[in-house]
Ligand binder design. Structure first.
Ligand code: CUA
Length: 143
């Protein structure tokens, strides 16, 4: 019957969309931001070299800076960003990288970003956080 065909068609479309999402996540390793429970060991900002071209950067956002404010890495690096806030909710956007995270007090958000090319990438706060909001930024130097 006609209706049955319509149902089957939409069901298969749903299946295709679902497959596309899962394909993106697993096969192409697109980074899905994760929220991990607050870990007491993350009390200070730091840049850790895990091994060759793999870094962990622990970032604390606070009114109105990111700590560390400047991150220097070589091209080809993969960086795990761990992000938290010392006061209010801040945004964390890496320009030209499609990264949009929230820095939330009491929580740690993580995102992994690959930097194959030389360049400077600005980090900007995209969540209104008070009078210094528009000046709240940092940068990543791939050099
Ligand atoms: Cu921090 Cu806006």
């Amino acid at each position: 019957k006609y209706e049955l065909r319509a149902i089957l068609l939409s069901a298969s479309l749903m299946g295709i969309f679902l497959f596309a999402i899962l394909y993106n996540v697993y096969a192409r390793k697109i980074d899905v931001p994760t929220c991990i429970p607050y870990n007491a060991s993350f009390q200070k900002a730091e840049i850790k070299e895990v091994d060759d071209l793999h870094y962990e950067v622990y970032i604390i956002a606070k009114m109105w800076t990111f700590d560390p404010g400047e991150i220097i890495i070589p091209p080809g690096s993969t960086v795990d960003f761990y992000l938290t806030s010392a006061d209010v909710v801040h945004g964390f956007s890496i320009e030209r990288k499609g990264v949009n995270l929230m820095a939330v007090p009491g929580a740690v958000n993580k995102v992994t970003v690959h930097f194959p090319d030389y360049g400077t990438y600005r980090i900007v706060c995209h969540e209104y956080c008070g009078i210094g909001h528009h000046n709240m930024m940092g940068k990543i130097l791939v050099t």
